[in-house]
Design a protein around this ligand. Sequence first.
Ligand code: PHE
Length: 339
Amino acid sequence: MLDKIKQLQEEIEALSASGKDEVEELRIKYISKKGLVSQLFADFKTVPAEQKKAVGQAINVLKNKALDKINELKESFENADQGDGSTDLSRPGEPMRLGTRHPLAIVRNEIVEIFARLGFTVAEGPEIEDDWHVFSALNFPPEHPARDMQDTFFIEKDPDVLLRTHTSSVQARVMQKTQPPIRAIFPGRVFRNEAISARAHCIFHQIEGLYVDENVSFADLKQTLLYFSRELFGEKTEIRLRPSYFPFTEPSAEMDVSCSICGGKGCNVCKYTGWLEILGCGMIDPNVLDSCGIDSKKYTGFAFGMGIERITMLKYGIKDIRHFFENDVRFLRQFESAY
Ligand code: PHE
């Protein structure tokens, strides 16, 4: 039996073929169900017990060699273009690389979905705005520094035309148009006259949230933000609110989340504090409700606003904000499987 195997092995090693049909004949002869190699497995039953181990091993080795050999012959014909028109033009071409979603769009969609689960709808407003929606309606005093050319892009000919510096302008637009209950978020692009660096850009993105109804309280704001933070950064996330100031909210706060990178123990991303600042928020100032046509005696509300770049940088460990706007495919392709 071992001799027979050895002989067959030599035979197979020496095989050659001059075309695909011949390879197919060889495949049938040696490794099909009734082929010579398969036949050996049938004969294996008659092998005396003490030889079974050696013979069994030899047959398996032979079978693998035969499979390899036939495949090798097959491939040698598949890859060769005979130049006689036998190339199959209906075969699929080179795979085409599809575009991918931008990391900012991935994170924006994720945030929108989280708030959608709480019943928030999405609204948008214009990027080119007027003073009233960006500042006056939001209780900015006339001498506020944000109204300065140093901070805001104005159109030279008309100081009432400017690029919005925050998505809070959409708050004013939505409140003007709708009576409460209002529960909506506003994603969008904003512009500030800033020097471009690794941490700041003159163009970036925000998501604003607005909730106005009877009896809306600071506790509602806090719980909404806690739910949001745990959905986005993981269920162990803690939040902390620090008193702050915005002209359009009173009281105002800045929210930190426990650092998702070190779990709050302290690392270089959270500057060893265990906390990361991610948004501004507060109860809508009654002056704002009144200027937008909502009765501040009947209704209260909260608002919050966050930068999408900052959250995306934290989520993916991106160290330079400029990457988002350079469209370098080596950067963008890293997010291929992120959604
Ligand atoms: N508009 C504020 C900013 O750009 C953020 C904010 C929104 C704060 C809503 C409070 C309420 O920094």
